[in-house]
Every structure is written in C-alpha cells, then in structure tokens.
Design a protein around this ligand. Sequence first.
Ligand SMILES: NC(=O)c1ccc[n+]([C@@H]2O[C@H](COP(=O)([O-])OP(=O)(O)OC[C@H]3O[C@@H](n4cnc5c(N)ncnc54)[C@H](O)[C@@H]3O)[C@@H](O)[C@H]2O)c1
Ligand SMILES: O=P(O)(O)OC[C@H](O)CO
Length: 320
Amino acid sequence: MSDPVFVLGGGAWGTALALHAARTGAQVHLWARNAQTLPNGAMPRLPDYPLPPTVHPCSTLPQVTPRCVMVAVPTQYLASVLPLLPSGVAAILCCKGIERQTLAFPLDILARERADVPGAVLCGPNFAREIAAGLPAAAVLAAPDATRAQNLSTQLSTPLFRLYASTDCVGVQLGAAAKNVIAVASGVTIGAGLGENARAALITRGLAEITRLATALGGQAATLAGLAGLGDLLLTCTGASSRNYQMGLALGQGMSTQTALNSLPGVAEGVTTAAALQSLARTHGVETPITDCIAAFMEGRITLPQATHSLLSRPLKSEA
Ligand SMILES: NC(=O)c1ccc[n+]([C@@H]2O[C@H](COP(=O)([O-])OP(=O)(O)OC[C@H]3O[C@@H](n4cnc5c(N)ncnc54)[C@H](O)[C@@H]3O)[C@@H](O)[C@H]2O)c1
Ligand SMILES: O=P(O)(O)OC[C@H](O)CO
C-alpha cells in the first residue's frame, strides 16, 4: 500500500482535497481542530459528502511518514498549523491569500517557519463542492523546483482533476490571492445594480491590474492568463457560490463589512488580502486602482458612489 496523504484543515477545501486524495488510492488523514463528523459521516462544511472509509478525520496526526501534506486553512492561520508538518516531506499549500502583517505569500510563510519542509502551491478555479462531487476540474501545482512540481502533479492528478505543473510560484500565488479581491469588487458591481457590462470591464481591467503587479514581483504574464489567474478570476467573479463574490454582493446591496462577513458560509480571503495587496503594490510602485477602491470601500473610507466615480474618472489611456 502507498504512503498516506495528510490534509491539514477540515473546512470546505481541506475536506474536498481529502476526498480527492482518496480517489488517487491513498489513505488520507484529515486533520482538523475539531474532527467531529456529522451523523452521516460528513464534515460540517461539506455536509452532503460523507467521508469514505479511506479518509480518517483526526485532531492528532498518526506517527507515520506521509507521501505529502496538503494544507488548506485560511492564510492568516497558516503559520499556526505549520508545526504539524513532518520534516522533509513536501507540503502543498492550498490557501489563497497574503499574510496581512508581513505581506508574505504562503510559500514565504513556509520558508520562514519551516525551512526543513519542501514547499509547493496548488491553485486554480476549484469550488470545493464540485471537487468533492468529483466533477471535472483543473489547477496549477507550482514549486520552485521543476521536478518537485512535476512529481507532485503526477501523483495527485486524476482523470477528473488535472494538475498542470509550473515553477512560477510568484505568478500562481499572486493570481490566487488577487482574484479574491477582484471577486469582491465583482459582487459589489452586481449587488449595486451597475450591470453585466460593468462587471465584464471590471474583470478584464482586474486581470490587467493583477498581471502588472505579478510581473513587477517577478511572475510571468502567461501564468496570469492561465488557471490560477484568468481561470480563477472568471470562476470567482461570476460563480454565485463564491464567498468572495457573495461578500461583495452583500456590500453592494448596502450591508456593512462586518455584517456581510458574519453572514458568509466560510472565509472570504479577499477581505484581508485587499489591504495587503495594496501595500505590496505601493511598495513596488504599481498602480492598482480596483484594489485600492475595494480596500478603501471595505474599510469605510469611501462610499460606493465615490469608489465608482474614482474608477470611472481616471484619465483615459491606451488599453495595453
Ligand atoms: N472553499 C473553496 O472552494 C476553496 C477552494 C480553493 C481554495 N480555497 C482556499 O482554502 C483556504 C481554506 O478555505 P476553506 O474554504 O476550507 O475555509 P472554510 O471557511 O470552509 O474553513 C475554515 C478553515 O479554517 C480553519 N480555521 C479557522 N480558524 C482557525 C484558526 N484560528 N487556526 C487554524 N485554523 C483555523 C478551520 O478549522 C477550517 O479548516 C482559503 O485560503 C481558501 O481561499 C478554498
Ligand atoms: O468561495 P471563494 O470565493 O473562496 O472561492 C473558492 C475558490 O477559491 C474558487 O477557486
């Protein structure tokens, strides 16, 4: 029997990844702070998907060496679970965000906390519920080392969940984090009744903004046109089940940031990422008008009409 897979995080994404890893034939140990399942054997965040016998929920990991560890907790809590990682075993970070206090991406947090653990990231257009259901999907698995990226993507791919290997960790992580901010803005656009034309323009200019910042940080523009960039941007800005989109929708309908957050079925990474992204952009001298507006709007520094006016009154310029 092959080595098991560990998954850290019993929320929607960790649970979906555990179900996926079980489909590769692995025994899966799904670590959660509260590993209690529902009466039907499902985890609370994905109540319609009972765990198969090969997925073992736990609050203490077994003393065995896994093949790899997948980590799916919100970015702000990533550092707190890293002590659980076994030394020398690849950790695939599956969160999409930036640490607010340090402006660090997930792989930087891993390098800072656990230099003994080889890292990779997995990002793409993937709603947890659809991965849990085994519907077809694709994502990018990026690592600084090409062989590691290739080996992990081969090990963890199935015919229904295709993982493309990459070494552009900056582009993948930036795309994954920033799409959540643009998705909040997209929800605001629809919630405020600004229309589908406005949303399409926002997604397109959002991609331009993300690509500008990613390339300034050393990422590749092609990565932002791929699954972790455009792919995830499209899904999260248009898919009604996105928590980031739902957050924006509620804000656009006039709800306060805190009330909207409280009403969400899970984390909306875009809320903390907006300010972090804005700080990163300022440090690198990159213009990010959509991110700036959504960060200011969520913090209550500007009203929705002011945010809209600020975006629409920018000087006209060439598209490229
Ligand atoms: N849900 C999805 O469809 C999806 C898909 C791809 C990526 N992601 C990303 O995965 C990450 C986790 O999202 P999710 O959907 O599983 O979130 P969720 O809201 O469903 O679950 C929250 C998770 O955070 C953990 N958590 C909460 N507070 C914590 C703390 N103080 N310390 C440690 N852990 C804590 C919970 O135990 C749980 O695992 C996010 O970065 C998200 O962007 C989610
Ligand atoms: O529900 P969201 O907005 O966190 O989006 C989930 C995934 O990131 C989509 O790829």
